[in-house]
Write a protein that binds this ligand. Structure first.
Ligand code: COA
Length: 330
């Protein structure tokens, strides 16, 4: 039986560290408020001249190097992001150009915090169907340029950070790899976490009023997001276990999307998991959306928290609302 194996990982975050204290120079907030509500201590922001596809390229290059591969070995690129370099085309082709692999297909995934899982699901299906053999899947975000860095935007500006994580996926006939990916969405909540403009819904699609109304920056109903995330993620983990005839005891480690420490703690509590089985790095990077799972996965591997044969569970929740889970036998 052919399954999809994660053969390498890599990540990159910009050098510039922005502490909670630094944010207080632009907005009415405090280190204490941010830590208490989100667990975030600092995040990274890009420097002038650094872009979404640049972060993706760095993360991809590191994943390729770890695997002893060159860009030319990749036969498909999938990029998950909500903050592409440009409105269109997506960041996939800019990453491809930077990697110098003209001709291979590039797919852009627009599923926000669940983007990495949606990308993984597509990649897994393609690999098992024999369509592609070496897929580069990247989650990459540059939030810092879209945040409202004043008191008006403080509810979201303090939460998000920049970064990219990449994985390389290949077929394997060994008894390991992706066991399942379960995906969900509920568009009834689309406006609860979104950037409304620019968009072709409006005519013309961007006018000064959109900026004045705050439609061009992230808008979020924080409590609603929190409420749904803390139910949907544990639900998705249980769904994955049930589909595979496995139990919570079989899981070696859960790598949740890093939305907020309190959401991760709610997930942990709902599943009754000990600290060592749940990965959290939000204190260092904030919410890096599509990049958060591959970054956390890479760090967990580097720290020796995942061993051959371990059952790894990924889960995410985010804008859409979208959510899901994946089980991987390492
Ligand atoms: C955003 C979040 C931390 C806010 O926490 P909360 O306890 O719900 O706080 P509220 O929104 O009720 O705001 C409480 C007060 O803090 C204020 N506040 C908001 N952001 C603030 C900030 N950065 N610094 C200081 N005060 C802030 C609010 O204006 C409000 O003031 P008021 O009581 O005078 O009106 C919380 O709702 C949350 O974690 N939601 C999930 C967010 C998330 O993870 N999103 C990404 C998912 S992919």
């Amino acid at each position: 039986m052919i399954r999809t194996a994660v053969v390498s990982t890599g990540y990159y975050v910009p050098e510039r560290v922005v502490t909670n204290k630094e944010l207080t120079q632009w907005m009415d907030t405090s280190d204490e408020w941010i830590r208490q509500r989100s667990g975030i201590e600092e995040r990274r922001w890009v420097s002038e001249g650094e872009s979404n596809s640049d972060l993706a390229k760095e993360a991809s290059t590191r994943a390729l190097e770890r695997a002893g591969l060159s860009p030319g070995d990749i036969d498909c690129v999938i990029v998950a992001t909500l903050s592409p370099d440009h409105y269109f085309p997506g960041s996939g082709v800019f990453l491809q150009r930077k990697l110098g692999i003209d001709g291979v297909p590039c797919l852009d995934v627009r599923n926000q915090c669940t983007g990495f899982l949606y990308g993984l699901s597509v990649a897994d299906a393609w690999i098992r169907a024999g369509v592609y053999r070496k897929i580069l899947l990247v989650g990459t975000e540059v939030h810092s340029r879209g945040l409202e860095k004043s008191t008006a935007g403080r509810d979201t500006a303090v939460l998000f950070g920049d970064g990219a994580g990449a994985v390389i996926l290949e077929p394997t006939d060994a008894d390991r790899g992706v066991l399942s990916v379960h995906l969900h969405a509920d568009g009834r909540h689309a406006e609860k976490l979104w950037i409304g403009a620019p968009g072709s819904f409006y005519n013309p699609w961007l006018v000064p009023e959109h900026i004045e109304q705050g439609l061009t920056r992230p808008q979020m109903e924080g409590r609603e997001v929190f409420k749904h995330a803390s139910v949907r993620m544990p639900e998705a983990v249980r769904e994955a276990l049930e589909a595979n005839g496995l139990s919570l005891d079989d899981i070696a480690i859960v790598i949740p999307h890093q939305a907020n420490l309190r959401i991760t703690q709610a997930l942990q509590k709902a599943l009754g998991l000990p600290d060592e089985k749940v990965v959290s790095n939000i204190h260092k990077y904030g919410n890096t959306t599509a990049a958060s799972i591959p970054i956390a996965l890479h760090e967990a591997l580097e720290e020796g928290r995942i061993k051959r044969g371990d059952l790894v569970c990924l889960t995410a929740f985010g804008s859409g609302f979208t959510w899901g889970s994946a089980l991987i036998r390492w």
